[in-house]
Design a protein around this ligand. Structure first.
Ligand code: AMP
Length: 456
């Protein structure tokens, strides 16, 4: 049991005030361990799962260290970039900067986020006013460096957040170019869910005798997440999903798919089923992704369908459920995905729909998390029990009444699953049923009891 308080960590009153206003009462384990190390000025390599409070673990001591340098002057020269936080995706960039801004609101420190996919000219004026803390995706930061709209020669703190994902996404060359531009005399912090050999090599290259902290066994999945597998034919997944989403726990859920195509198609099918669903994936514009995420956070969208890349970095408070419509082929992605629920100690449910073809990937996941996941066999009504399907109804786009769409037979080589979020606790619940839905008004079905047979 962690009994340390934020005040025990010797954080400044301005920071403590912001934490109290955010409703934080006690530090999470990663915060309790990392904050003193960072305040002492050590480099740090931290193994943390998503949702452990890692952002505050680096942001709070960062603010504390930069506070003596804060200036109320409006002159840009008095606000050089002193801390650089590099993250793999725009969504994570936005969320990290929002957190930094919240924690810094009673200080004179300024923060800014820059990421690709939007007109660079809209970011330049903000950069020119001067900011102490810059959150950036690597590619866009390099664009700004090339355009000479940012100077990094006064950076004294560097954070690589979700470093494993940055490497997975091919950011190594960009990282190397950025690192070469930073002062050698600086403090470096790295956060990663997994510690591969490549990550270790990266830390050797740019860190100085880092302290190592692991809040949970690396590659372990959070203990407060109830995991369950439904064994189901690929072609029956859509029907099972619809049923699950009508269950009691599914007030809001993130559904992960492997490909962008499946994400879009599934969102359309669910909308036809009366579920307030939307998809986010790499083919959507930044604006569309932000709008979908906002609608989800506000509770206007009940189900967000995401691919792995699109979902990275999403942070929504108190998301109760993550569903893997298809399980990821890279076992580590499973850990990232389910980490979107059960954040900051809350409990969550992670359900995976696993077809016979996918069972081999399930075994890989179980090996990685060193845990056997409870399996149940889903018995959805046979085709003859459903409305007859014409050839036309097999086209998911046109099948107004088709209950499920046949999954593409071709296995995808595009790892696309993602991770969950958490909607604001105050978000109004969105009914998952249409007013004219025959099921509406009846007591909610206890899905597993209805059509699930336990197999182990
Ligand atoms: P992170 O792992 O940084 O993405 O944080 C996950 C979630 O936990 C975010 O919604 C944070 O606002 C929340 N959080 C972080 N630290 C605390 C804390 N000490 N108490 C309560 N919530 C926290």
């Amino acid at each position: 049991m962690n009994t340390v308080s934020f005040a025990d960590l010797k954080l400044a009153p301005e920071i403590l005030k912001a934490l109290t206003e955010s409703g934080y009462t006690i530090p999470t384990p990663i915060q309790a361990q990392a904050i003193p190390v960072v305040l002492e000025g050590h480099d740090l390599m931290a193994g943390t799962q998503t949702g452990t409070g890692k952002t505050a673990a680096f942001a709070l001591p960062m603010l504390q260290k930069l506070m003596p340098l804060a200036s109320s002057s409006t002159s840009p020269a008095r606000h050089p970039v002193r801390a650089l936080i590099l993250v793999p995706t725009r969504e994570l960039a936005i969320q990290v900067e929002e957190s930094v801004r919240t924690y810094a609101k009673h200080t004179h420190l300024r923060s800014l986020v820059v990421f690709g996919g939007v007109d660079i000219k809209t970011q330049t004026p903000h950069l020119k006013t001067g900011v102490e803390i810059l959150v950036a995706t690597p590619g866009r930061l390099l664009d700004h460096i090339e355009q000479k709209t940012v100077l990094l020669n006064q950076v004294q703190m560097l954070v690589l957040d979700e470093a494993d994902r940055m490497l997975d996404m091919g950011f190594m060359p960009a990282l190397k170019r950025i690192l070469a531009l930073l002062p050698r005399q600086r403090q470096s912090l790295m956060f990663s869910a997994t510690f591969s050999n490549e990550i270790k090599k990266l830390s050797e290259d740019f860190m100085n005798y880092p302290s190592l902290i692991e809040v949970a066994r690396s590659n372990a999945s959070a203990e407060n997440i109830a995991q369950k597998v439904f064994l189901v034919e690929q072609g029956d997944k859509h029907q099972l999903l619809t049923q699950l989403l009508r269950g009691d726990d599914a007030k809001q859920a993130i559904v992960f798919t492997k490909t962008k195509l499946t994400a879009s198609r599934l969102a359309k099918q669910l909308q036809r089923d009366g579920v307030a669903a939307d998809a986010i994936h790499g083919d959507k514009s930044q604006l569309e992704r932000m709008q979908a995420l906002d609608a989800f956070k506000q509770g206007k969208v009940a189900v967000l369908i995401a691919t792995d890349v699109a979902a990275r970095g999403l942070d929504i408070d108190s998301l109760p459920m993550v569903i893997n419509y298809e399980i990821p082929h890279a076992a580590e992605d499973y850990v990232h995905r389910i980490g979107r629920t059960g954040r900051a100690g809350a409990s969550g449910t992670a359900i995976s729909l696993v077809s016979p073809e996918e069972e081999k990937y399930l075994l890989d996941i179980e090996k990685l998390i060193k845990q056997q996941i409870d399996r149940e066999r889903a018995e959805v009504p046979r085709h003859s029990d459903r409305p007859a399907r014409s050839t036309r109804s097999e086209r998911p786009d046109r099948a107004a009444h088709a209950y499920h769409a046949p999954a593409p037979k071709k296995p995808s080589h595009d790892p696309w699953f993602d991770q969950p979020y958490v909607p604001s606790i105050s978000a109004p619940a969105v009914p998952l049923k249409k007013a004219d839905d025959p099921v509406a008004g009846k007591p909610k079905a206890q899905i597993p009891a209805l059509f699930v047979r336990r197999t182990n």
